[in-house]
Design a protein around this ligand. Structure first.
Ligand code: GAR
Length: 205
């Protein structure tokens, strides 16, 4: 069976939701490890409560997109016998850019959730970007991670309507609800071998 690793930086609601869905929906993947780059991430206690091992690999002072930090992640993964052949790595609110070396090592095995309909509003504060731009719809995207920022092949997306009365907070809340629906679905599709990457596209069977 595949091993599931989830990387977080904070609250961990997507992580919690995926871990619960794996159990409830009998998704054929073993939740092996949660790693946080922040020692005070709230998600760590949640993962432990759900019986999943946790590790902290602190990133303070280490620039994003850098092998110096990411090689530490690889060491931790190898310590837990996680290999590029036997894993799915889910970034769930992991607020760091991964290095090209890390991405190449786990090619086609790293997923991310982004709070916008990519390719619109990549990077940080996507909900604020959507509000300021004045779009009438936004949403979220689960995609494979490639060497760009939020540019990898798209797996699933879900849309929410934006009203005049919406604030950054209310949009974030609506989008998070959709994130919680599509991220476990993407994990399930991957675990069942139903996603094929074909260049920029994914083919879901
Ligand atoms: C989520 O909204 C996720 O889409 C976003 O951070 C939040 C994490 O929440 N990720 C990004 O913005 C990545 N660029 P969570 O910790 O409760 O899952």
């Amino acid at each position: 069976m595949l091993n599931l690793v989830i990387l977080i930086s904070g609250r961990g609601s997507n992580m919690e939701n995926i871990l619960k869905a794996v159990k409830k929906n009998k998704i054929p993947i073993k939740p092996l490890l949660v790693i946080s780059n922040k020692p005070n991430a709230k998600g760590l206690a949640i993962a432990q409560k759900l019986g999943v091992k946790t590790e902290v690999v602190e990133s303070d002072g280490l620039k994003g997109g850098n092998w110096e930090y990411d090689s530490k992640l690889v060491s931790v993964l190898e310590k837990h016998r996680i290999t590029p052949q036997n894993c799915l790595i889910c970034l769930a609110g992991f607020m760091r850019i991964m290095s090209p070396e890390f991405i190449r090592h786990y090619k086609g095995r790293i997923m991310n959730i982004h709070p916008a309909i990519l390719p619109a509003f990549p990077g940080l504060h996507s909900q604020r970007q959507a509000l300021e731009y004045g779009v009438k719809y936004s949403g979220c995207t689960v995609h494979f991670v490639d060497e760009g920022v939020d540019t990898g092949p798209i797996i699933l997306q879900s849309v929410v309507k934006i009203k005049n009365s919406d604030t950054e907070e209310s949009i974030s809340k609506k989008i998070l609800k959709e994130e919680h629906k599509i991220y476990p679905k993407a994990v399930k599709l991957f675990a069942k071998g139903k996603i094929k990457i074909d260049g920029r596209k994914t083919i879901i069977s």
